[in-house]
Ligand binder design. Structure first.
Ligand code: RNT
Ligand code: ZN
Length: 418
């Protein structure tokens, strides 16, 4: 039986519940995932004076073949994108600037340092998102940046963030797709602080300064990303959830939720609905924490599916900016992108293939028996056949055949990188 025939059969089962599968696939195609470039080179970047990764985050593993320069990274992204159905965005960090072998410090980066990324994105019909890089730098060595007690250090990072927002604006203008510029800082303390307010006060003032320059929201949106702790900042994180949630609400910017930045039994899926009631847009970093914010490759697990359900059944596909944030250096990096991104899209599809309206009615009728029964039965509905067909009509490999492409690429390209 062909993929198409299997699809037609599976479709009938969903149609019984009033789910228009062809329409679902059209809607799914419109969803853009922001694919993070940093999986391809273990967040190394291309700075002339490349620094060791800092900020309490870590990549582990030394799988061969990581991208060593912008050309390789774009080539690897081209390969990964050819395995992921749909048209997406690429998320860059400031350390991916191309400065022609000249040292340009972070507070001096300009749109021109990203012109190659822009022309590549244009050629491929991609959007770009951006992040100031506020770690892996001598001025972040003590783990303090925008909240630093030293004003000179704060000012340096303020200039870097302003420069970054201008790059975001440039991406938006050039590509005709709004860029999201996300601020994450590592600031915190290893041990119990004697002053919790001071650093937060300084961070608040730094952020206000950064946002003073007005940028058209058509081109660039700003977000802030909180965290609960990092390596070396176990006792206190300046940019906590409450801090940024309040800051974002009061300043009309986005609050970004990273799925690895909360306590172990706290889930981002349960936060989406509350966010949607008070914010026009919400941004996500979909990651997979294993015991800590380990940034494992995203798998098709219950929490990913629950997250997707909350976006889909609240009609929020246009309000939630879905970005990925994982980095695994112990497996083939192209495969990591393909697995994580395909899973995110697959989770959205699985959420779109549920009788969501019916399930809501059952809840309001307090018919919890049927609600649970239906939710369980749908877990084994033939979603795989729909997914395979979606891959086929989008000209990307069906099922695990994408692995052959990765193996071939590894042999012909990655294995030659020494
Ligand atoms: C760190 C944050 C942050 C980074 C990237 C590289 O814990 O999740 O988003 O992972 O910016
Ligand atoms: Zn993140």
């Amino acid at each position: 039986m062909s993929i198409r025939e299997k699809y037609e059969m599976a479709k009938k089962e969903y149609e019984k519940w009033g789910i228009d599968v062809d329409n679902v696939l059209e809607e799914l195609k419109k969803v853009k995932i922001s694919i993070h470039c940093w999986q391809g080179d273990d967040i190394a970047g291309f700075e002339v004076n490349q620094q060791e990764l800092s900020g309490g985050i870590a990549t582990t593993g030394n799988y061969p073949g990581k991208a060593r320069n912008p050309e390789e990274l774009r080539k690897d992204l081209d390969k990964a994108l050819s395995l992921i159905p749909g048209k997406h965005k690429i998320n860059l960090h400031a350390i991916y600037a191309e400065t022609d072998g000249k040292f340009v410090d972070r507070d001096e980066i300009k749109p021109e340092h990203f012109k190659n990324w822009v022309s590549w994105a244009k050629k491929n019909g991609l959007g770009l998102d951006f992040n100031p890089t506020i770690f892996s730098h001598e001025k972040a060595q003590d783990g303090l940046t925008l909240s630093h007690p030293n004003k000179e250090i704060r000012d340096f990072w303020i200039r870097h963030c302003v420069a970054s927002r201008k790059i975001g604006e440039y991406f938006g203008k050039e590509l005709g797709q709004t860029c999201l510029t996300n601020i994450w800082i590592p600031d915190g303390y290893k041990d119990i602080p004697s002053d919790r307010l001071g650093p937060r006060q300084r961070l608040k003032e730094s952020l206000e300064e950064i946002l003073k320059i007005k940028i058209d929201k058509k081109y660039n949106l700003d977000s802030v990303e909180s965290k609960v702790f990092g390596i070396g900042a176990e006792s206190y994180t300046v940019g906590s959830s409450e801090f940024y949630l309040n800051f974002a609400a009061k300043n009309g910017i986005l609050n970004l939720l990273d799925t690895g930045h909360y306590h172990p039994t706290e889930v981002v899926s349960d936060k989406i609905s509350s966010m949607l009631l008070f914010f026009d847009k919400v941004a996500l970093h979909v990651s997979r924490p294993v015991r800590w914010d380990s940034d494992h490759v995203v798998i098709f697990d219950d929490e990913l599916k629950e997250l997707a359900k909350e976006i889909v059944r609240n009609n929020a596909l246009h309000r939630v900016i879905i970005g990925l944030d994982f980095f695994d250096a112990s497996i083939n990096r192209i495969a990591a992108w393909a697995i994580g991104a395909r899973n995110m899209i697959k989770a959205l599809l699985s959420a779109m293939l549920l009788p969501n309206q019916k399930l809501k009615v059952l809840q309001d009728e307090e018919n919890y028996t049927e609600r649970l029964a239906l939710m369980e039965e749908f877990k084994t509905y033939p979603m795989g056949a729909i997914w395979d067909y979606y891959c086929e009509i989008n000209n990307v490999p069906v099922k695990e055949t994408w692995l052959d492409e990765v193996k071939k690429y590894e042999k012909e390209e990655l294995s030659k990188r020494k």
